[in-house]
Ligand binder design. Structure first.
Ligand SMILES: Nc1ncnc2c1ncn2[C@@H]1O[C@H](COP(=O)(O)OP(=O)(O)OP(=O)(O)O)[C@@H](O)[C@H]1O
Ligand SMILES: [Mg+2]
Length: 400
C-alpha cells in the first residue's frame, strides 16, 4: 500500500491529522483537504487512488463531492465517512458510486481495511486493463503478420498466373519484330512507329517479369529446399551475377570472411536472391569509385552476413519504409520496390532477422543474422522423415 495516493477530506482538523499521522507511520503519504472545493482542486492537479470523504461538511457536502469525483475521475475510489445515527447517507453514497462507507466515530483498523480493499480493486482493474491492452496489441500484430502472409501467397499466385500470358506476349512481340524486318515489310507505312511501340511493349514485359520473378522466388512454398550451404561460395556466386554493374561503376568489392564459419543448413536459392537484392541496391546507391564490403561472421549458433556500402545513404524519414512492398525511390519504371520486402520475408522465413543502419550521405549497412540450422516448418510433418529427406537437396551452383 506504500505507493497508494490517498486524500483525506474532513472539516475536523484533529481527525484528519490523527489519521494522517498514523498512516505516515505505516509509510503511507496522504494529502489533506478541509472541504469539498479544496479536495476537487487537489484532484485536478494530482490523480488520487482513494479518497476518504466526510459526508457532513460545511459548503459542498460529501455526496456532492462524490458526484463530481465519479463524473471526472473514473479510476478514483471513494470511502464515505457518515454520521453514526443513520446509514442513509452511506446507502445513497454507494448508489452514487462510492466504494464503501463507514459510520463515525471510526475504528482506524476498519478504515485501513477498507482503504486496502479499495486499493486492491484499483490494482485488479489496472491489471485487467494492461492485459486487455496487451491482447489488443498482440491481435494487431497477428493481423499484420497474417495480412503479410496472405499478401505473399496472393502475390505469388498472381505472379504465377501472369507468367504464362507474359511469355506468350513476349514471344509474339519477338515474332512481330522479325516480321517487320522481312523484305516485304520494309516499305510498310509508319514502320518505325510500330517498332517503337514494340520496344515499349518489350520494356513493359521486362519490368513485369522482374516483379513476378522477385515474388516467385520469395514464395516457393512447394519447392523450398534445405541444403548444406557454403556462404562464402554463395557470396562468390552472387558477386559474379552483379559483376558487370560493379565493373561499369568501378566499384571495389571487399570481403571480410570469418574462416571458421563452415557451412550452414538453409535454402541456398532464396539466400542467393537475398544477396543479389542487397548487392544490386548497394551498387545502385554507390557512386563510381565507391566500396562495398561483404562481411561474414560466426556468432554462436548464428551467422551474420553484412553488406555495407559507401553510397548515398538513406534519409531518416525513409528508414521506416524501406521494407514496405513497392516502396522505391528509383525513377518511375525503374525499381519495383519489392527487393527489400522480399528480402526481409525470405530472411524471416529462414528463421533469421535483418537490420539496417544508415545515415544520409554516409552509406548504408544491411545486416542479416541466420541460424546455422534452419528447420523447414511449413508443410513438414515432423514424424515423416521421408518428407524431410524430400526437402534436403544438393545445391547446384549456377554455371559460369
Ligand atoms: N544500400 C542502399 N543505400 C541507399 N538506399 C537504399 C539501399 N538499399 C535500398 N535503398 C532504398 O530502398 C528502396 C527500396 O529498395 P528495394 O530493393 O526494395 O526496391 P528498389 O531497389 O527501389 O527496386 P528493385 O529492387 O526492384 O530494383 C530503394 O529505392 C532505395 O531508396
Ligand atoms: Mg532493390
Amino acid at each position: 500500500m506504500e505507493n497508494i495516493r490517498l486524500l483525506i477530506v474532513d472539516d475536523e482538523d484533529d481527525f484528519r491529522w490523527f489519521i494522517a499521522k498514523r498512516l505516515t507511520k505505516m509509510g503511507i503519504v496522504t494529502e489533506q483537504a478541509e472541504d469539498g472545493e479544496k479536495a476537487l482542486s487537489i484532484l485536478e492537479k494530482k490523480p488520487m487512488d482513494v479518497v476518504v470523504l466526510d459526508v457532513k461538511m460545511p459548503g459542498m457536502n460529501g455526496i456532492e463531492v462524490l458526484h463530481h469525483i465519479k463524473k471526472k475521475y473514473l479510476k478514483t475510489e471513494v470511502i464515505l465517512l457518515t454520521g453514526h445515527a443513520t446509514t442513509q447517507d452511506g446507502v445513497e453514497g454507494i448508489k452514487s458510486g462510492a466504494f464503501d462507507y463507514l459510520g463515525k466515530p471510526i475504528e482506524l483498523e476498519h478504515l485501513l481495511g477498507k482503504i486496502n480493499h479499495a486499493y486492491q480493486k484499483i490494482q485488479r482493474e489496472e491489471e485487467k486493463l494492461r492485459e486487455a491492452e496487451f491482447r489488443a496489441k498482440m491481435e494487431q500484430q497477428m493481423i499484420a503478420t497474417e495480412r503479410l502472409a496472405s499478401l505473399g501467397t496472393l502475390a505469388a499466385g498472381v505472379a504465377h498466373e501472369i507468367n504464362n500470358p507474359l511469355a506468350i506476349i513476349k514471344e509474339a512481340v519477338g515474332w512481330m519484330k522479325l516480321l517487320l524486318r522481312r523484305e516485304e515489310l520494309t516499305k510498310m507505312p509508319r514502320r518505325q512507329d510500330f517498332e517503337m511501340g514494340l520496344d515499349k511493349i518489350e520494356k513493359g514485359i521486362e519490368r513485369t517479369r522482374r516483379i513476378t520473378h522477385q515474388l516467385l522466388g520469395f514464395v516457393r512454398k512447394t519447392d523450398s529446399v534445405l541444403a548444406e550451404v557454403n556462404l562464402n561460395e554463395l557470396v562468390d556466386e552472387a558477386v559474379q551475377l552483379v559483376n558487370m554493374e560493379v565493373a561499369n561503376k568501378e566499384i571495389e568489392i571487399v570481403r571480410e570472411i570469418d574462416t571458421s564459419l563452415g557451412t550452414i543448413w538453409s535454402d541456398p536459392y532464396q539466400l542467393r536472391q537475398v544477396l543479389v537484392n542487397l548487392l544490386t541496391n548497394a551498387i545502385y546507391a554507390t557512386g563510381s569509385g565507391g566500396k562495398i564490403t561483404i562481411i561474414l561472421e560466426a556468432i554462436g549458433e548464428e551467422v551474420a552476413l553484412t553488406v555495407r556500402d559507401t553510397g548515398e545513404g538513406i534519409p531518416k524519414e525513409n528508414l521506416e519504409r524501406m521494407f514496405e512492398p513497392f516502396f522505391s525511390t528509383k525513377p518511375p519504371g525503374e525499381g519495383t520496390g519489392l527487393g527489400l520486402f522480399v528480402t526481409r520475408s525470405i530472411v524471416e522465413k529462414l528463421g533469421g532477422k535483418i537490420e539496417l543502419e544508415s545515415q544520409l550521405g554516409q552509406g548504408a549497412s544491411f545486416s542479416i543474422k541466420l541460424p546455422k540450422y534452419h528447420e523447414i516448418k511449413e508443410g513438414l510433418d515432423k514424424n515423416n522423415h521421408v518428407d524431410l529427406l524430400d526437402k534436403i537437396t544438393k545445391y547446384n551452383r549456377l554455371p559460369h
